[in-house]
Design a protein around this ligand. Structure first.
Ligand code: HMH
Length: 220
């Protein structure tokens, strides 16, 4: 039954795009230890600002959790929001270590585009089913990507291990599975039109994630 859910079906339908977004050359260069530190810093600068928009998006998902949903559902999203608070603290600490000045960063176009898309998803006319599916997929791409950097034969540089563990740890993987369950349940209860809307958003996110990695691996 596991693979008869809409989320699983959409992952199958978009297998190539999903693989491109989760096996990017930027991630591969972390995994094999060849990464240029400037590329890494570049990604971190941009991602910090993305995560600040992500906080607002997750807050909008929290507001959309149906009042008649089990208490646990709200707790899952709230957990995601509190995790983002510690993530932001972590970003500032890391930025300090890498000598990055977060307040001086110029947002690049792929990041701007992604943040604009998040703003669309924050609107009231994005139904809960589409919003929670989006949240799940955004986290899944990072989880699946960074998990590969923790495999036994990975040569991830020591300084990058805390980054890689943030999204590639078994705990974070469990979290993505909790989100997947919420997404599947919401999609089951959604209308055909809402399912279609969620499916379009699903594809768009994979495209934006791919472009975000492309941007990260390219230093001006
Ligand atoms: C671009 N996608 C991007 N940044 C992130 N931090 C995540 C996903 C996961 O939180």
């Amino acid at each position: 039954l596991e693979n008869r859910t809409l989320t699983a079906e959409w992952l199958r339908q978009n297998h190539e795009l999903y693989t491109a977004a989760t096996n990017h050359s930027f991630i591969k260069s972390i995994r094999d230890g060849t990464i240029d530190v400037n590329n890494f810093k570049h990604w971190m600068e941009q991602d910090y600002h993305f995560v600040r928009e992500l906080v607002r998006f997750v807050a909008s998902v929290l507001q959309k959790v149906p009042r008649n949903a089990p208490e646990h559902d709200l707790d899952v999203i709230l957990g995601g929001l509190t995790a983002l608070e510690s993530e932001i603290t972590w970003f500032r600490k890391e930025a300090n270590f890498w000598q990055i000045f977060l307040e001086r960063v110029t947002l690049l176009q792929p990041n701007k585009d992604y943040c604009e898309f998040l703003k669309e998803l924050e609107r009231e006319d994005t139904p809960y089913a589409a919003a929670v599916t989006a949240f799940w997929l955004i986290e899944l791409v990072y989880c699946a990507s960074f998990m590969s950097c923790l495999e036994e034969d990975a040569k991830t540089p020591y300084e990058l291990v805390s980054t890689v563990k943030r999204w590639g740890s078994p705990e974070f993987h469990q979290y993505t599975l909790s989100l997947k369950k919420l997404a599947d349940k919401a999609l089951e209860n959604a209308s055909d039109a809402e399912q279609k809307q969620a499916q379009k958003i699903f594809v768009r996110i994979l495209e934006l994630e791919l472009k975000f990695w492309d941007m990260a691996g390219f230093v001006l």
